[in-house]
Design a protein around this ligand. Structure first.
Ligand SMILES: Nc1ncnc2c1ncn2[C@@H]1O[C@H](COP(=O)(O)OP(=O)(O)O)[C@@H](O)[C@H]1O
Ligand SMILES: [Mg+2]
Length: 437
């Protein structure tokens, strides 16, 4: 008889909550002789934040699975949903399609007893500089503009963006400008920075002009503003908030910019949720704060942060603008209430902290030995069997995977369920599909 498997829920929570606050992500493969069928429902625990690593080679279903998890979190019962929000940092521009129901796979959905679904609780943020253009192309692709507050960037960030060293004369001047502007304790714009450069005495005009010119260029990117987007506005409870930063890939210093956004958001999330968690604990302990007073405050829900192709931002070797803050989220994020759903083609190239900190690993088909070894390091602690053997037995279908659950110390062969919303990012075909008659 089929029963429910709840991934990520420990014994104690299981006793109290049973299968409430969970969401269906797939079904378990059952092998009987030569026959493979789908049995138990695989549910994901949404009561607590988790670090979920999704691995697999290209085309194995990683981005699709991320979408399934986001849909699941946005479909929870209202009580649970009001304490949870998802933030997808979309580095490839493939998630805005979630605003369209998955008509394309209506047949597969039917097999699962589901149908294409419209999610009204999805909000897409587009970098300010491209917002109007994108909205004109297709209004459903763009709900809100996104920009970064100039004063959120450190001098190190600016040097990183412009490829200066923090120790050369350019870096030193930028540092001075930032420090002097910070003294006023007020938000400042790029123009304020340019004016401040002129006020600094020590440096040569050539250095000043070079930096001023960089900041002038930065103005054209339409990314930075005196008062940027408040991250609280991107954390609406019960919502999937999608920040499309793929458009930054075409700006100068593209890679650093995307990493920078991830770094800044990670840092802000940690700050906000740490304060929030302290308040939650205070109210849980004390009877002096009335429930009403507590409810009235603007609350930051538990945040599930989604980042695809994460090895680009948190590599095994070297640093990116995202690494310091993102690495803190990986290591310390769960305690204050930040969950992570991250995907990579190359677990072997990923910072090993991510692998050891993940409490749930969803491994689609991986091939390279390095990558299998990387996954094995997690399993070594409690599994004698080799992941390789499990992977060989796994049906070779998109969306088939192994789920490694550190909470129950178990491993399950699973078929991930079909998406209710349109999956973006399919490779284009030379011949379009035949039209429906
Ligand atoms: N769970 C699934 N059910 C049905 N089809 C899937 C599933 N997962 C992936 N696919 C199919 O496989 C294709 C590739 O998946 P995708 O997630 O884009 O791969 P990648 O691992 O490169 O991110 C999708 O476009 C979709 O057609
Ligand atoms: Mg992908």
């Amino acid at each position: 008889m089929a029963y429910n498997v709840i991934i990520g829920r420990d014994e104690r929570d299981l006793k109290i909550y049973r299968d409430s606050a969970t969401t269906l992500i797939g079904k378990q493969y059952i092998t009987m002789g030569n026959v493979v069928s789908l049995g138990n429902q695989i549910l994901l625990d949404a009561l607590r934040p988790h670090v979920i690593l999704i691995a697999g080679k290209r085309g194995s279903g990683k981005s699709y699975t991320m979408g399934v998890i986001a849909e699941g979190l946005a479909s929870l019962d209202p009580d649970t949903a009001s304490n949870i929000t998802s933030l997808i940092i979309d580095t490839m521009g493939i998630y805005w399609t979630m605003k369209t129901p998955n008509y394309r796979e209506a047949n597969i959905l039917k097999e699962w007893g589901e149908e294409p679904k419209n999610f009204p609780n999805i909000k897409v943020f587009i970098p300010k500089g491209s917002f109007e253009r994108i909205k004109e192309e297709n209004a459903s692709m763009a709900d809100s503009p996104f920009s970064i507050s100039v004063s959120d960037l450190s001098s190190g960030d600016w040097c990183d963006i412009f490829d200066f060293s923090i120790n050369d004369e350019y870096g030193v001047l930028i540092n001075k400008v930032v420090e002097d502007l910070k003294e006023d304790n007020r938000a400042y714009s790029l123009d304020d920075m340019i004016q401040q450069i002129d006020r600094e005495a020590a440096q040569s005009d050539t250095v000043k002009d070079a930096i001023k010119q960089r900041f002038q260029t930065a103005k054209d990117w339409g990314i930075f503003e005196k008062e940027g987007t408040k991250i609280e506005d991107m954390l609406q409870p019960g919502y999937i908030n999608i920040l499309d930063i793929s458009l930054y890939a075409h700006a100068l210093g593209a890679f650093n910019l995307r990493a920078l956004v991830i770094g800044l958001l990670s840092q802000k999330l940690l700050e906000l949720r740490t304060i929030q968690r302290r308040e939650e604990e205070l109210s849980e302990m004390s009877s002096t704060i009335s429930v009403e007073a507590y409810e009235k405050k603007k609350r930051i829900p538990i945040v599930w942060l989604f980042i695809d192709e994460v090895h680009e931002f948190l590599p095994a070797n070297g640093q990116t603008a995202a690494s310091p803050a993102l690495s803190r989220v990986v290591k310390e994020g769960r305690q204050p209430g930040i969950g992570l759903v991250i995907a990579t083609q190359q677990p072997g190239k990923l910072d090993t902290d991510i692998i050891t900190q993940s409490d749930i690993i969803i491994s689609h088909h991986v091939t390279a030995k390095l990558d299998i070894d990387a996954l094995n390091t997690v399993m070594q602690t409690y599994m004698v069997s080799d992941i390789k053997k499990y992977l060989i037995d796994l049906p070779k279908l998109p969306g088939s995977c192994l789920v490694l659950d550190d909470n129950s110390e178990r491993i399950y062969p699973v078929q991930i369920k079909p998406r209710e919303t349109w999956h973006g990012g399919e490779t284009p075909k030379a011949i379009p599909p035949p039209k429906k008659q």
